[in-house]
Write a protein that binds this ligand. Structure first.
Ligand code: PRP
Ligand code: URA
Length: 232
């Protein structure tokens, strides 16, 4: 991943500023100090895959907690050791849609919060020459089962993968879509908002820009490679 080597599809392309992206009402950038501290450890080049996966999981739990603050509840009657009471349970059908590969590392933390959620794996990778998303797996999404969708992927770079994924879940009738990611670039945020203005976007950080290869700067590098110990 040497600087200046290989295709440079973002060369010469104008990018919005952080300030412009921050004005989008649907963008929620975390402000919790624990998220800032964990994300710093995640970004550091010396963080090896086992620790990287653990940190990504912890950050997903914290972001999930924020993104699901408006979750609908249904009444759940129970008996405590002292008396009956009306408690609460999650009152919405939820599907978690991880964009492979890196989104896979965000599934288990969310399933611990939402044990009854469905998981619809979605295979997309971006062509490094064109930065266009290339679909390769989508066999489990079902029309009629789509209530609220949590689309999860650590990186919102050009936004191509997220825009395509939201289009796919809308095709099967998802009524509400929430994107949960770790690091976003202003360019990707603006593209997602323009293509799908009804999607709520929760991220741990909004970074400065994309480099000429389409990597988020300062970013954290290639998320899939860092989760799965692939690449150079
Ligand atoms: C990464 C990341 C996103 C995508 C973001 O995946 O996990 O899915 O890039 O880039 P975009 O916003 O420009 O579309 P990648 O394509 O590297 O797939 P991989 O993890 O399977 O290698
Ligand atoms: N995908 C990644 O994994 N990292 C980036 O910075 C951009 C896209």
């Amino acid at each position: 991943m040497g600087a200046g080597l290989g295709p440079r599809p973002m060369a010469g392309i104008a990018q919005p500023t952080r300030e412009e992206a921050m004005q989008q009402a649907r963008l929620h950038v975390a402000t919790h100090p624990l998220i800032a501290a964990q994300l710093t450890l995640l970004r550091a080049a010396g963080t090896e895959p086992p620790r990287f996966r653990t940190l990504l999981g912890e950050l997903t739990t914290l972001l999930g907690y924020e993104a699901l603050a408006d979750l609908a509840l249904a009444e759940q009657p129970i008996a405590t050791p002292l008396e009956p009471m009306i408690g609460a349970r999650v009152g919405e059908e939820i599907a978690i849609v991880p964009i492979m590969r890196a989104g896979l590392a965000m599934v288990d933390p969310l399933l611990r919060l939402l044990p009854s959620a469905r998981v619809w794996h979605l295979g997309l990778y971006r062509d490094e020459t064109t930065l266009q998303p290339v679909p390769y797996y989508n066999r489990t999404m079902r029309s009629g089962q789509a209530g609220r969708v949590l689309l999860v992927d650590p990186m919102l770079a050009t936004g191509g993968s997220a825009v395509s994924a939201v289009g796919l879940v809308k095709e099967i009738g998802a009524v509400r879509i929430t994107y949960i990611g770790l690091v976003a670039a202003p360019y990707g945020v603006m593209r997602l908002v323009e293509a799908h203005p009804d999607v709520d976007i929760y991220v741990a950080a909004l970074d400065r820009e994309l480099d000429e290869r389409g990597y988020i700067c300062p970013g954290l590098g290639d998320a899939g490679d860092r989760v799965f110990h692939t690449g150079e």
